[in-house]
Ligand binder design. Sequence first.
Ligand SMILES: [Cu+2]
Length: 480
Amino acid sequence: MKFSKSIKMKTLVCLFFATLLFAACKKEQQSTHYSDIVTNGEMEAELTAPPLVPKPIGKRSAMKLKVNMEIKEQEGTMTDGVKYMYWTFGGSVPGSFIRTRVGDEVEFHLKNHPDNKLPHNIDLHAVTGPGGGATSSLVAPGHEKVFSFKVINPGLYVYHCATAPVGMHIANGMYGLILVEPEGGLPPVDKEYYVMQGDFYTQGEYGEKGLQPFDMNKAVKETPDYVVFNGKVGSMTNGNELTAKVGETVRLFVGNGGPNLVSSFHVIGEIFDNVHVEGGNLINKNVQTTLIPAGGSAIVDFKVETPGNFIIVDHSIFRAFNKGALGILKVEGAENKKIYSGTIQEGIYLPEGGTIQKMPITATAKTVNPKRTVAERVKIGKEIFSTTCFACHQSEGQGIPNAFPPLAKSDYLNADSKRAIKTILHGLSGEVLVNGIKYNNIMPSQNLSDDEIANVMTYIYNSWGNNKTEVTPEMVKALR
Ligand SMILES: [Cu+2]
């Protein structure tokens, strides 16, 4: 009995190894096949800055592809009033998008601009070789290094600088994507975009003005002030939205440069029809959120069926609303009520015992009340309005009949600024008369600092035909 059992075991073990061997041969066959592809001719690679990608490669045969990439250390804008010294591949963060096909032989020319301060190199995850190219590409300012490699694995790959301290070079924006198309190309789509997440560490807090130097301690602790798409806050909002028309299929080449965080990539109001998981061959379907590791990627595509603004986020959601990881895909076209009805009815819902809801008061702890001009207050106030008040009072302050009173040309608002400030500070309930119409609903008290209330109120008073009152933090403080 024992004897026959051990024979069975041996057969099993043999079988196991035979399978492994077979699998190994198969893998070898595949990459031999790709590395055996003969190149035919030579061309210069088209390089693009985000959110654009070069034209699809499709059916072109493998070629010798020349990539001319210039490293530039340059000051740029992180968000309004905040500057950052970016280190870039090709002058953008993320760096230029490189598009190749399997079998291409890439001749890489890495140039370090003479005005730069530091040596750099490049590690491309699409390279099969030591350091992904880093060992052959270290280049001093005012120099150029050339090396070449054959792309033998289709997929979407991250590239980054790998010069010590590596984390710092990546944190300053030295990353990008290189696509290796499979033979015959990717299925055609209507729109293609390049989106890459990164986390940034600055000496000042989020939004603190001026040129902000890199903060090594925060980077080591992995506590970024900014988590953004395409190198800055607002890279895909306020006139820079990605666009598509109803009925089109959109493909996003998404990367995550890190250096630290993993992205929970999500488009609000869309479902990815296809996801090339981790940028490889495996295709998952009908995905809500796809995980993109630091130094990794995903290719997602989806058909847009309804018009509207689709918000692109890292679903670790404080990053989206408080650190910058938010973009917009703007879809235009005819509505499709079968797929999305819009609001059918709006009524008032007051649960039993409904009273003014209190948010935990933490904002008051911030006591700094900076001096600002009216124009500055209006600008900042507009942002506060569009995140805090707009859901109820609507984008043009027009309110919603029977539910939320208007702020545009509101006699209630214009008659008494102290009363209006108290409304924000303490909430409001019971019957109010605004422009001759009765409202009897509840406005929750808002958890905002004196400065924030001053800004949002100044914005409201200076918009939509109101009386241009300036509200200062001192006025708010006196009523708190
Ligand atoms: Cu570098």
